[in-house]
Design a binder for this molecule. Structure first.
Ligand code: HPA
Length: 246
């Protein structure tokens, strides 16, 4: 049976319209998740929601307990995760306000707990990660966007950086040379942990700024916040349609 969870990112700390039926406080072998996990009903389906930066957006990307978040969702029977993310655009077609479903990842983060098996490892725990995102889930999200006449770019490499600072122009230049289409701070190890527990995972990313050095001037939070408001309401439209399609 499919059980969907949505992990909200910057700009999506709550899921409008979610008719909450239960609030799960879960303590995991890896500590506490970013928040209680909300279980609710949306368009007649049960949906779980977890804001990865906490309900008040107080947890920075490098301090998120990714293991506790994914473990807690798995514990509640989650089989599919849609991770919502705000990213900086690197590739030319990813201007602010674009939507994109990444299909690859390069991980530039460091010092984050990367695995559920760090302390108790065996050879089978080397998961295959050739294609980090679930293709079926990606295609269903693309269809949901199409049904809503919302343009979503199909594919691009997500470069995961450590944060919380934004990147230097030279770092972005290097990432572009590596083949990154976008940059964000939370895509890893979230995607790999979901794969370790066999949860289908896809990310729906909203481009909120040109990455460092790619536009005139500096990156401002005001500009990012303006883009987030309109953009996240469209992300919600895609999620609504996706849930109706299930
Ligand atoms: N860099 C890293 N993470 C981000 C950015 C960025 O430019 N924009 C939104 N999240």
């Amino acid at each position: 049976m499919t059980q969907l969870a949505i992990i909200g990112g910057t700009g999506l700390s709550a899921l409008n319209g979610l008719n909450i039926v239960e609030q799960h406080k879960i303590s995991t072998p890896f500590g506490l998740p970013s928040s209680d996990i909300l279980e609710g009903e949306l368009h007649g389906k049960t949906v779980l929601f977890l804001p990865r930066h906490g309900p008040k957006h107080t947890i920075p990307p490098h301090k998120i307990n990714y293991r506790a978040n994914i473990w807690a969702l798995h514990h509640l029977g989650v089989s599919h995760i849609i991770a919502v993310a705000a990213v900086g655009g690197i590739r030319q077609d990813l201007a602010p306000s674009s939507f994109v479903l990444p299909d690859q990842i390069i991980d530039y983060t460091y010092g984050r707990e990367q695995s559920f098996y760090s302390d108790d490892f065996c050879a089978e725990n080397h998961i295959d990660f050739s294609y980090p995102y679930d293709e079926r889930l990606r295609k269903d999200l693309l269809q949901a966007a199409l049904n809503q006449q919302i343009t979503i770019v199909d594919g691009g490499t997500y470069g995961a950086t450590q944060g919380p600072r934004l990147e230097s122009a030279a770092e972005i230049k290097r990432m572009a040379q590596d083949g990154c289409a976008m940059v964000g701070m939370t895509g890893m190890p979230e995607a790999a942990l979901a794969r370790e527990l066999n949860i289908a995972y896809a990310s729906c990313a909203l481009v909120v700024n040109w990455a460092a050095g790619l536009s005139d001037g500096l990156i401002t939070m005001t500009q990012i916040e303006q883009t987030l408001v309109g953009g996240m309401s469209q992300v919600k439209q895609v999620l609504d349609e996706f849930i109706r399609m299930q």
